[in-house]
Write a protein that binds this ligand. Structure first.
Ligand code: NAP
Length: 320
């Protein structure tokens, strides 16, 4: 099969399309023929070995895909060949024509959801769910600021929060991104590159502030978030690309919590709950992944450049 391989850490140019042996499913494993593959920022951090967290070389990148079950190993009962599925993590890597997965890593994909949309589910929506509900304890009637709502996680968070009965404030950095965030259900949309936008949040909440912040760029925004957090509010750090100076007195004054979160740390039980909710949300139409760009898998390096550029519009999918 064809797969993107990384043989040395580095820039996007280290992503090479190669021919490699097709994996075979062992006991409790599922082989999926990928029709679309999701590209996440974390794929670029691993490729460049940021924080020394790169996988053992050589490897096939990617954790997210959607396609059709090709074959199953012994003991698999949840899916059968021919089933449409989305993939949440793999054994062999997702940037490939086929992915080998553990049985718990494949989830049914409702017929109303395209493969490209299915490839946009795992990391973005699972992260949004875990941050919003398991870490941030967002509940109906509360207000959430999705600080960076135009990308993969942000769109998922807007839809999930809206479906739970929360008031949603979302931000984007372009007019196109703002329109998208509004279309996905945000009650208020602000431009995170516009001067004074943060004061607008206080105005929108009658100076009360927001109960939950889902933060996509904490190194830029954490101090601002502390200025608009409500009493007993929760700031969940999802994304961070540098250091930041904060005045912790603001957290003290509001009994506010700053919570780190990495999807990687979600327990198997939490992941099972998250995916049960996502499968249902996709089937009933409350969750509608947005794919802004589709590229042939041979252009994986272009996708890695694009996912780090400003002006996001949902997800980028690679097509094998
Ligand atoms: P993405 O699709 O690349 O989207 C990035 C988002 O950040 C866009 O909405 C972008 O808006 C926004 N952004 C840019 N500048 C901003 C600013 N100054 N303030 C607020 N937002 C800003 O990425 P993603 O998949 O949604 O992931 C978002 C971040 O979370 C990434 O850093 C990613 O690595 C991280 N992440 C962490 C976990 C975890 O487990 N902790 C899981 C998934 C993702 P515009 O382009 O419109 O400006």
């Amino acid at each position: 099969m064809k797969a993107i391989r990384v043989s040395a850490y580095g820039g996007p140019e280290v992503l090479k399309l190669e021919e490699i042996p097709t994996p075979q499913p062992g006991p409790n494993q599922v082989l999926v023929r990928n029709h679309a593959v999701g590209v996440n920022p974390v794929d670029t951090y691993l490729r460049s070995n940021t924080d020394n967290r790169g996988p053992k070389l050589p490897y096939t990148p990617g954790s997210d895909a959607a396609g059709v079950v090709e074959a199953v190993g012994s003991g698999v009962s949840a899916v059968k060949p021919g089933d449409r599925v989305y993939v949440g993590g793999t054994v062999s890597g997702a940037y490939a024509e086929l992915s080998l997965c553990g049985e718990a890593q494949v989830h049914p994909l409702s017929p109303n959801v395209s493969f490209a949309q299915g490839a946009a589910v795992n990391v973005p929506y699972a992260t949004a769910f875990h941050a919003l509900f398991n870490r941030g304890h967002g509940t109906a009637g509360e207000t959430v600021l999705v600080h960076g709502a135009s990308g993969g996680v942000g769109i998922g968070a807007v839809q999930l929060a809206r479906s739970r009965g929360m008031t949603v404030v979302g931000t984007a950095g372009t007019e196109r991104g703002k329109r998208l965030v509004q279309e996905q259900g945000a009650h208020h949309v602000l431009d995170h590159s516009a001067p004074g936008y943060i004061d607008e949040i206080l105005r929108l909440t009658d100076n009360r502030g927001v109960d939950v912040v889902l933060e996509m760029l904490a190194n830029v925004n954490l101090q601002k978030d502390l200025g608009i957090i409500a009493m007993r509010g929760r700031i969940v750090v999802i994304g961070n690309r540098g250091t930041v100076e904060i005045n912790a007195r603001h957290a003290m004054n509001k009994d506010a919590a700053i919570l780190g979160m990495a999807l990687f740390h979600a327990s198997p039980g939490q992941l099972a709950g998250i995916h049960a909710a996502l499968v249902e949300g996709l089937a009933n139409g409350t969750l509608r992944p947005i794919v802004g760009q589709e590229l042939p898998i041979a252009q994986a390096s272009r996708a890695h450049e694009a996912v780090m550029e400003p002006g996001h519009y949902g997800k980028i999918a690679l097509i094998p």
